[in-house]
Design a protein around this ligand. Structure first.
Ligand SMILES: Nc1ncnc2c1ncn2[C@@H]1O[C@H](COP(=O)(O)OP(=O)(O)OP(=O)(O)O)[C@@H](O)[C@H]1O
Length: 498
């Protein structure tokens, strides 16, 4: 202890005239004040400083700050006036004067005491005529309550964020469940591409027939991107009247036209700011709106209706169409420059009939979803899946979804059987041939392939009733080998599109 104890009276004599007038002020200050000399020896402190350090004046005065800052200088906050050398805990850490003495500049630090209290320290050097540090004045303030307050705020923020994300998740569950059913290799490939583009901010073009899940994939990309915390805005370009589409997409400025709202109106791009806008059926946009959209893609700027000033936007664009854009460009109904601009990342979703591995999982997924929604307990009989697999699904996933929903709503028995899908069942030759009238969406099959399928359907149905090729041959007045050959050919060609 001898190296830390200094002759206080010596300092009192040297600096006494400075301190005497300050005492009255120091005693009433809410901040602790400590004055040390160039050797770091404490010359003076006020009562608040003693309180905050938890030490009596005799334990501080004349001692080096570095000593109090060391592990030796322990004290017990619970018993501040006990002999500190005998205490087992309490370290005075984070003194600023050693730093100030070295740098000759003001310094701050946060001092953590062993009792968990936090003090904020600001120290200032007092320089002599030679520019050397003569004294260091340190102000100390208890900020434990502020820290506690901050921690409480952080905690409440955390609770609020958890609550908010649960609410958002719950809302999504009700309106649009997250689950994207993916089983087929083709769809797995699309989703892997989707994940890759989600990590970028690139514009995405999603192609595919109606109902294949373009919107679902767009939502997935948004959900996987950095923008997932912001809005996903779905704009169906076909549902907006042509004369309104520009103002709906880009908004309009104050007083843009008579009848307009005085304060102007934000457009979809504004609403989706920071997030993603999904422009569905982009192939249906007029050439005029296409030109405006091209500008958005090129310059990340929109021009509000009635405004002459372009407005910067931060909205990711995902576009989708079931129109063959290449053909549309050739016909002059789609701008070539916009077409090229949209070619950055293209995802092409195959029709459901080309990814049959997805049919059963999708059907089961929708059944579970609607069972839950309508509080039902339906299940498929074993014969249902083959019927679903045989169907052509020209309306793709949407057709399947609607069909299952319809059944869950209307059926009054728990087991779902093939008869509950009357539209999917082959009803003899007349029905089968009707369903093969070559309409758009029949997959561009040759007449020969279609005939193979029709014959297969008819013969298979007959086999279910007659149980022998002989009887079937007799019924259709052909020989047995013809029946066997046609059944084999139909089976080899794959499931039929009834
Ligand atoms: N893989 C999937 N998993 C789960 N649900 C799906 C899947 N694909 C599509 N759906 C559902 O099928 C319905 C139709 O999908 P979506 O609207 O995304 O198709 P789309 O290709 O955008 O159709 P359109 O071209 O008519 O706008 C939606 O209710 C969607 O949630």
């Amino acid at each position: 202890m001898s190296d830390t104890t200094y002759e206080v009276p010596y300092f009192q004599e040297k600096y006494g005239h400075l301190f005497s007038e300050m005492d009255a002020i120091l005693n009433v200050l809410h901040e602790g004040v400590c004055i040390s000399n160039a050797d770091g020896v404490i010359l003076k402190m006020n009562p608040m400083y003693e309180r905050l350090c938890g030490l009596p004046p005799e334990a501080l005065l004349g001692k080096k700050v570095s000593f109090l800052n060391s592990k030796e200088g322990v004290f017990d906050e619970a018993e501040p006036h006990a002999d500190r050398v005998e205490q087992k805990k309490g370290i005075f850490m984070g003194a600023v004067s050693p730093v100030i003495l070295k740098s000759k500049r003001p310094a701050s630090s946060v001092q953590q005491t062993s009792g968990g209290r936090k003090n904020l320290l600001h120290g200032y050097p007092v320089l002599n005529a030679d520019g050397e540090v003569e004294l260091v004045v340190t102000f100390i303030r208890d900020i434990s309550h502020l820290t506690l307050f901050k921690e409480q705020i952080e905690y409440h923020k955390h609770i609020f964020q958890t609550f908010w994300s649960n609410v958002q998740h719950g809302a999504r569950e009700v309106t649009a469940p997250d689950a994207v059913v993916v089983e087929s290799p083709a769809m797995k490939q699309v989703m892997s591409q989707a994940r890759k583009v989600a990590a970028t901010d690139a514009t995405v073009l999603i192609l595919g027939d109606t109902g294949v899940g373009k919107g679902e994939v767009a939502r997935y990309i948004h959900g996987q991107s950095d923008r997932s915390g912001s809005t996903f805005f779905c704009a169906d370009c076909t549902s907006i009247p042509e004369n309104l589409i520009e103002s709906e997409l880009f908004g309009y400025a104050r007083g843009a036209f008579s009848g307009a709202r005085r304060e102007g109106k934000p457009g979809y791009f504004d609403i989706a700011a920071g997030g993603t806008i999904f422009l569905d059926e982009i192939g249906e946009l007029s050439l005029n709106v296409q030109a405006k959209l091209l500008r958005v893609l090129q310059d990340q700027e929109i021009m509000q209706v009635g405004s002459l000033k372009p407005k910067k936007i931060d909205t990711r664009i995902i576009a989708a169409t079931n129109v063959n854009l290449e053909e549309a460009v050739a016909k002059g109904t789609f701008r070539q420059d916009l077409y090229y601009r949209l070619q950055v990342s293209v995802l092409d979703i195959p029709p459901l009939k080309e990814r049959r591995e997805d049919i059963e999982p999708l059907a089961r997924y929708f059944l579970e979803r609607y069972n839950l929604k309508y509080r039902k307990q339906f299940y498929f009989s074993d014969d249902v899946v083959p019927v679903l697999l045989r169907h052509g699904w020209a309306g793709n996933v949407r057709e399947l979804q609607n069909m299952i929903q319809g059944i869950v709503i209307t059926l009054d028995k728990n087991v779902i059987e093939p008869e509950d899908f009357p539209r999917l069942l082959p009803k003899g030759a007349a029905h089968a041939s009707e369903s093969y009238v070559p309409v758009k969406g029949q997959g561009g099959k040759s007449l020969k392939e279609i005939m193979v399928e029709i014959e297969y359907d008819i013969l298979k149905k007959a086999m279910e009733t007659c149980h022998s090729t002989e009887k079937v041959a007799e019924m259709f007045r052909v020989n047995r080998t013809t029946v066997s050959r046609k059944l084999k050919a139909g089976k080899k060609q794959g499931p039929t599109d009834s």
